[in-house]
Design a binder for this molecule. Sequence first.
Ligand code: HPA
Length: 250
Amino acid sequence: MGTLAIIGGTGLDTLGILHVDKRELINTPFGEPSGPITRGSLFGQEVLFLPRHGYNHNFPPHQVNYRANLWALREAGADKVLAVAAVGGIRADMGPGQLIIPDQIIDYTWGRPGTFFERGSGSRSEPVTHIDFTEPYCDELRQQLLKAAFAGNITVVDGGTYAATQGPRLETAAEIERLERDGCHLVGMTGMPEAALARELALCYACCAVVANWAAGKSGDTITMAGIEKNLEEGMQQVSALLESLLSCN
Ligand code: HPA
């Protein structure tokens, strides 16, 4: 299936099941990625791994160097990128622990360097290109994930609109109501500009979102880090099972 890179999100800063061969520190024209790229094997296939927030989870969502991360992964040989991301669930079938393979995005982030097509140091010298982003995720990888979920008997939700918010704070209940009126079904802080940058580099990029909590106002409870961590731990076991099925059936 080509070389798959996995970008780990909150709850997946290390991929314990990966057999590490080496770690490569790749500098890019856009600065340093969140850490060295880990090259290793997972269920018999060569994969690359990079934790989005750093190996010590020290880059908040608005300060992740998304450009350097994607540039470095492509440099290391990735042609497909699976982004694992913690999210809040908005739609009723997207409760804590659930995996979702979203198919759309609405971007509410601001102030993040979001393109490789920019004048100035490190930028591309080609003329400006407006990428087609009608379908923000790569359908080939989405279908492989859905097929792997079916084969491995893993419950995933097929499709959903991901709201990318700025963070690092969580949303207000009114903000979530607005996102819902906008047609969003799940909310996270890292989906953009990551997906758009991957498209600019012609990488086949899809997301496996793991619901860490009900989005603000969707349950009577306060959202706590302890609750998020507990749900992510359960969700990540499902992600491992999905990866096993994905890499064994492709
Ligand atoms: N909102 C935004 N990002 C998130 C959430 C949330 O509720 N949970 C995990 N990441």
